[in-house]
Design a protein around this ligand. Structure first.
Ligand SMILES: [Zn+2]
Length: 267
């Protein structure tokens, strides 16, 4: 039984240089820090998706949760993303497409400087308390466009590869490009995943299908104020009032120098 709407944020690149057409996919590390600090300062607990869904199942939490998700597994998550999360006291779910790892993103015709981390990087991240590893299927192709057998194989294979490599359960999947239908959702459920998420551009409402979790795409135009509005705007009046009270200082004065671009968190 679900009890509350759950805002789920969706990020991709953290600080990667991308062509103008893809600018929505990259958020500067400094802006990410401000966004997360603003949400934390407003009283939200920032966790990965499985942790947030489990909390929601248990009933009303002492503090509202926001789930943070990062898609694709770009190497800039190693350079910037993990450090920002750690400094902000946030956790996230990182969704990776297993057959694409270690290469350029095959689904982007001009990916700028974006590169995908390798499986060893994923294994090391899985050991970090800030990171839950999720599946982005095996190849980054819309699952509803795949023949049934191939789609089922890819969904299962990705989970097996990640679980075998990390020694941890892989409970969540993000649909490549966000597309899914009944057949895809049933397959993902049968493969043992407990949740799956799409895009949706809205906060996941109460009682939403855990295999069709809506997410808010967070981009470079989301100032901390705008993101707080987006997150709080769809929630109930009492929570909006609490967030409004929390949304003032001190986070406005705590802009932090984000570690330099050369200071890799994991090498
Ligand atoms: Zn993706």
């Amino acid at each position: 039984m679900t009890t509350a709407a759950l805002p789920v944020l969706m990020y991709h690149s953290i600080g990667g240089r991308v062509p103008t057409a893809l600018r929505e996919l990259s958020v500067d590390p400094g802006l990410l820090a401000e966004q997360l600090d603003a949400l934390a300062g407003a009283g939200y607990v920032l966790t990965g998706l499985t942790e947030a869904l489990d909390q929601r199942e248990r009933g009303p939490a002492p503090a509202p949760h926001v789930a943070v998700t990062v898609d694709d597994g770009y190497t800039d998550f190693l350079d910037h993303g993990l450090g920002v999360l750690r400094d902000s006291g946030a956790r996230c779910t990182l969704y990776v497409p297993t057959r694409e790892l270690g290469a350029s993103p095959s689904w982007l015709s001009d990916a700028g400087d974006l590169r995908l981390m390798g499986l060893p990087d994923v294994v090391r991240l899985a050991a970090e308390p800030e990171v839950e590893i999720g599946s982005h299927s095996a190849v980054h192709v819309p699952l509803d466009s795949r023949p049934r057998r191939r789609m089922a194989d890819e969904v299962a294979e990705s989970r097996t590869v990640l679980q075998d490599a990390t020694g941890q359960p892989v409970d969540s999947l993000a649909y490549p490009h966000g597309y899914h239908d009944d057949r895809v959702r049933m397959t993902v459920h049968s493969a043992g995943y407990r949740s799956a998420c799409a895009i949706g551009h809205r906060v996941a409402p109460r009682g939403e299908d855990p295999y069709a979790v809506s997410r808010l795409l967070v981009g470079p135009d989301d100032t901390p104020e705008r993101l707080l509005e987006r997150v709080a705007g769809s929630q109930d009046a009492e929570l909006r009032a609490r967030v409004k009270r929390w949304a003032g200082p001190p986070w406005r004065w705590t802009r932090r120098a984000v570690r330099s671009t050369t200071g890799k968190v994991l090498t």
